[in-house]
Design a protein around this ligand. Structure first.
Ligand SMILES: O=P(O)(O)OC[C@H]1O[C@H](OP(=O)(O)OP(=O)(O)O)[C@H](O)[C@@H]1O
Ligand code: HPA
Ligand SMILES: [Mg+2]
Length: 177
């Protein structure tokens, strides 16, 4: 365990098993349809890779990178830094995320994709921090519900660090206090 981890919430094995359950559910829900899986960079990468292995449909992969900051200033808007490359009009999109927190990112991205003509936009998130929600958005597929603590690992960072940890853990408060 990394020295800056206070506590491990979910191990690699638990995440793999839960991803298998979600993959099965997604495969059943979208039966007969082609799905465009869209990962939001960078945090979604490990969960995206794990989840995709358990989806038995024909899927396409694409990625977006969005940011609500310019330098150190929050603009109040979500800015698209890298957009989806493929034409997704009329397609069913599954947005894949590491964490749904205030909901600002996913609420904004979902609205953008629907306005641009996606047939449907659902969300698969490894973690849901419901207590912090400020925007009206729910994920259809949730790995785990977590308490209001700052988490790291399995793609999630603090100042770009800890994304490579193979588990989801709580960051020690002394690291950011
Ligand atoms: O629900 P919200 O309050 O919008 O927070 C969740 C978002 O914040 C994190 O992304 P971040 O902007 O840190 O980018 P990253 O994936 O590159 O770390 C996380 O990966 C989600 O995208
Ligand atoms: O708890 C978190 N950890 C890492 N990144 C995040 N982005 C929103 N919430 C979190
Ligand atoms: Mg981050």
């Amino acid at each position: 365990m990394h020295k800056d981890t206070r506590e491990i919430l979910y191990t690699e094995e638990q995440i793999r098993d839960r991803s298998a359950e979600l993959g099965k559910q997604i495969s059943a829900d979208y039966e007969g349809k082609d799905v465009l899986m869209v990962g939001l960079l960078k945090g979604s990468v490990p969960f995206f890779a794990e989840l995709a292995k358990h989806v038995t449909l024909d899927v396409e992969f694409d990625f977006m990178r969005v940011s609500s900051y310019e330098g150190t200033e929050s603009t109040g808007n979500v800015i698209v830094k890298k957009d989806i490359d493929v034409d997704f009009k009329g397609k069913d999109i599954l947005l894949v995320e590491d964490i749904l927190d205030t909901g600002k990112t996913l609420y904004t991205v979902r609205q953008m994709l629907l306005e641009k003509g996606a047939a449907s936009v659902e969300i698969a998130t490894l973690l849901n921090k419901q207590e912090r929600r400020e925007f009206p958005i729910q994920a259809k597929y949730v790995g785990f519900e977590i308490p209001n603590a700052f988490v790291i690992g399995y793609g999630m960072d603090y100042n770009e660090k800890y994304r490579n940890l193979p588990y989801v853990g709580i960051l020690k408060e002394e690291v950011y206090m």
